[in-house]
Design a protein around this ligand. Structure first.
Ligand SMILES: Cc1cc2nc3c(=O)[nH]c(=O)nc-3n(C[C@H](O)[C@H](O)[C@H](O)COP(=O)(O)O)c2cc1C
Length: 175
């Protein structure tokens, strides 16, 4: 393989963000520690294994919240519903007052469950790999709950909030 093919073509971070942005994702708020709540918005959430059950997410190595989640040793992934973009933006801030005015209850594992979420997944922090400028965090699923009522998820696409594919207004082609 030539040197150029090994290195790939040159591109900047903007181009990389743009290509990754064409792939839509859901949004979770990863929370921990009901005694001293911490939380951060993440789109890098994925189902990793069913048997045994594992999920993963990727916090930045510069995250202020993640070291506290790591120290707590367990966390809860709160899946946001359509309309919860204010909650997403709130937990995407580097701030001390993220929990002001936020309704939540403790999960069985002792992590905050945000009101109105589509579902939540309580996990034990099982493994962490540092890759480039992010950690890849693997969680062992311990408990979960999902809303029985069919509601749409909050999506993130091309750097902005979007409607679910199944949403009537996303399908109709008009507003
Ligand atoms: C929709 C959305 C998705 C995000 N996904 C991630 C992610 O997967 N990993 C990450 O490190 N930050 C992600 N962020 C940015 C963090 O939420 C943001 O950096 C936040 O300040 C982290 O909290 P902290 O600074 O208290 O650690 C996302 C932000 C938004 C709005």
């Amino acid at each position: 393989m030539t040197e150029q093919r090994e290195a790939g073509r040159s591109f900047d971070q903007r181009e990389l963000r743009d290509i990754m942005g064409v792939f839509p994702s859901g949004i979770v708020v990863v929370t921990a520690d009901a005694d001293d709540p911490v939380g951060m918005t993440c789109q890098s959430f994925l189902s990793l294994s069913l048997d045994p059950p594992y999920i993963a997410f990727a916090p930045s190595i510069t995250s202020v919240s993640y070291p506290r989640i790591r120290e707590h040793g367990s966390f809860c992934c709160n899946v946001l519903a359509a309309g919860q973009h204010d909650l997403s933006s709130n937990f995407a801030r580097r701030a001390d007052d993220k929990w002001a005015g936020v309704d939540w209850t403790p999960s069985p594992g002792g992590n905050p469950v945000l009101s109105g979420v589509l579902g939540w997944i309580d996990c034990r922090l099982e493994a962490e790999y540092t890759i480039g400028d992010h950690h890849l965090v693997v969680g062992r699923v311990l408990d979960f709950h999902s809303e029985r009522q069919a509601r749409e998820a909050l999506l993130y696409h091309r750097g902005g909030y979007a409607l679910s594919a199944g949403s009537p207004s996303a399908n109709s082609g008009d507003s």
